[in-house]
Design a protein around this ligand. Structure first.
Ligand code: GLP
Length: 238
């Protein structure tokens, strides 16, 4: 895992955008794996700015998002579809964008189709990841077993609590989600993991131990041959 430490969140976003720009310059038809959460928001702002300034052009690139709440209507302001439209897709000209369908009546068929669409697109070139305070990536929650393929998963109390700040009405917060599995994530040629903020320092420390913690899903990333971690000083506190 290659580690880049940034002074603050703004620098982290610039460094991450530089990697996106380099990937796009190398391969304009790149397939990007994208993430939600507050961490990538500044990166998406920076990418939108660079597209607006004519420095980047995603018109031949494709996007696949990691996950979506289930069930959720895509027009719900807390759906990841809504989040991506607001923060990136309405501003950046991808050839195609894909997010698991939070309204599907057949989750297992939806998940299988999602994995096969990623394969048909040629696999993910650059996969962006954030991290949950409990070490989850996408919605792969700490567990004793982990799914390889995209799957319907139950959210842990810790994740429900961390994400409850976004739902005015707790009854509207879905308790399950569709998420890419470890196989789908690990098939990416390059993984970019972003960690920002003091509340992530503890989970970051676990990664730096250089051990697989079976209850910290992100620690499996230590086994991937091409991961770049960009972390800000607050999260890098030891
Ligand atoms: C959600 C997403 C993850 C994301 C995590 C962290 O649960 N499913 O993909 O990494 O939140 O979010 P934040 O960046 O807001 O801490």
């Amino acid at each position: 895992m290659k580690k880049i430490v940034c002074e603050n969140y703004s620098e982290l976003c610039i460094a991450a955008a530089d990697l996106f720009e380099a990937q796009l310059a190398k391969k304009p038809t790149s397939v990007f794996g994208l993430a939600t959460g507050s961490t990538p928001i500044g990166l998406y702002e920076e990418l939108s700015k660079r597209v607006n300034d004519g420095k980047m052009d995603f018109s031949n690139a494709k996007a696949f998002n990691l996950d979506e709440y289930y069930p959720i209507n895509p027009t719900h302001p807390q759906s990841y579809k809504y989040f991506m439209d607001e923060n990136l897709f309405n501003k950046v000209n991808f050839a195609s964008t894909n997010i698991p369908n939070g309204e599907t009546t057949n989750p297992s068929a939806e998940c299988a189709e999602y994995d096969s669409a990623i394969k048909t697109a040629g696999g993910i070139d650059l996969q962006l990841l954030g991290i949950g305070v409990n070490g989850h990536i996408g919605f792969n929650e700490p567990d004793t077993t982990y799914s390889i393929n995209t799957n319907l998963t139950k959210l842990t109390e810790s994740t429900l609590e961390a994400n409850s700040r976004f739902f005015d009405d707790p009854n509207e917060q879905p308790r399950t989600a569709l998420t890419m599995g470890f196989g789908s994530i690990f098939a990416a040629k390059h993984i970019l993991l972003l960690i920002s903020g003091g509340n992530k320092a503890e989970v970051a420390r676990k990664l730096f131990e250089g051990k697989i913690h079976t209850d910290v899903p992100a620690s499996f990333l230590l086994l991937h041959p091409n991961v770049t971690l960009i972390i800000d000083k607050d999260a890098n506190e030891n």
